[in-house]
Design a protein around this ligand. Structure first.
Ligand SMILES: [Zn+2]
Length: 161
């Protein structure tokens, strides 16, 4: 199997409706299947000031453990936790003081503010964070209202035919 990082994958593969891509845990001894990527079911969102996430610089030139990075701004938005194949959650180690703004690719009218409630980790190896889950401001603080955001640079891309 050949995996690629976000930086190494051809952009047109991510927009094609015919490509088959599995997003996998980035840690070398794990590589568990996290979720099936789909251009329509896992739309991209830009998020400033997101929590620290594991970040893969370049998978092929440096097969080391991903490092934590605060520069992660590109995420996939996942509405339903059942879309994931393997995902775990943990409480943030520090409380983030302010809600963060989730922008819909520059469409300012579609942006919303989200309180970070959980960090996403791989449920196989318990490592991460690979993203976070939050609840939009004004909605009830119940897990039913959690929205999930998977960091695009925190997962490996397993491209099928
Ligand atoms: Zn894992």
């Amino acid at each position: 199997m050949t995996f690629k990082s976000k930086n190494e994958i051809a952009p047109e593969l991510l927009t094609s409706s015919t490509s088959s891509i599995i997003l996998r845990c980035p840690f070398p001894s794990c590589h568990a299947r996290i979720i099936a990527y789909s251009a329509t079911a896992t739309p991209s969102v830009d998020i400033d000031h997101a929590p620290l996430c594991a970040s893969i610089e370049s998978y092929h030139s440096q097969k080391s453990d991903p490092k934590l990075s605060s520069s992660t701004t590109a995420f996939y938005s996942i509405g339903d936790v059942w879309d994931f194949d393997n995902i775990g959650v943990s409480k943030p180690s520090e409380v983030l003081p302010d809600p963060i703004v989730v922008g819909a690719n520059g469409h300012e009218d579609e942006s919303e503010k989200v309180d970070v409630e959980r960090l996403l980790i791989c449920s196989e190896c318990d490592r991460g964070p690979l993203g976070f889950a939050g609840i939009a401001i004004g909605e009830d603080k119940t897990h039913l209202n959690l929205k999930y955001f998977l960091s695009q640079n925190s997962v490996l891309y397993d491209v099928g035919n």
